[in-house]
Design a protein around this ligand. Structure first.
Ligand code: FER
Length: 170
């Protein structure tokens, strides 16, 4: 994935990155309006999600922006510069996710009702805003709509297996 210039190069991209606060995330840009992801470490480490709808655009050559709102009420906006192995993310957590992160740490797709109940039951405000730069440590185009990329829960050692090529998805 040396040169990611156009949106068509970006669709199908799989990234692992570490935020400056130490949180490790994995993102798969599944198609023009859908992402899958795994959260390896951090406040909601262990959480994983498939088929999250997102707005995905190319701001200018090689610079991409993804924005979405989750069933938990968490909002995320990412600016990704694949050719510089760099991104900037802003996560806007509702107060309840900051206070009870464990409720969201699961395969969300099997617990959508729990997310919808929790976001009504607990407090939204004030939100906990986390703006961080991140460093991309792995990038590969896995093709679009590849269900193998994000198919199991994150586990210890998984990032290393992906980065050293022991675990592949094609
Ligand atoms: C990211 C930052 C936040 C990301 C996902 C999230 C896959 C989601 C956070 C959450 O669900 O709480 O870079 O990329």
């Amino acid at each position: 994935m040396e040169n990611t210039k156009k949106l068509s190069d970006f669709l199908g991209a799989h990234f692992i990155y570490t935020y400056a606060n130490g949180w490790k995330y994995e993102l798969y840009v599944k198609n023009e309006d859908t992402i899958d992801y795994r959260i390896h470490t951090g406040m909601v480490g262990g959480r994983w999600v498939k088929d999250q709808k997102a707005d995905i655009v190319e701001l200018t050559a090689g610079i991409f922006k993804l924005s979405w709102t989750e069933p938990t009420g968490t909002d995320v906006s990412l600016d990704i510069l694949p050719n510089e192995n760099k991104l900037h993310g802003v996560i806007f957590f509702p107060k309840w996710v900051h206070e009870h992160p464990e409720i969201t740490v699961r395969f969300q797709n099997d617990f959508l009702d729990l997310m919808y109940e929790s976001r009504l039951k607990y407090d939204t405000y004030p939100k906990y805003v986390v703006p961080e730069f991140g460093k991309i440590t792995f990038k590969k185009n896995e093709g679009m709509n590849n269900e193998k990329v994000i198919a199991v829960a994150p586990y210890d050692g998984m990032i290393e297996e992906i980065e050293n090529g022991k675990l592949t998805f094609n």
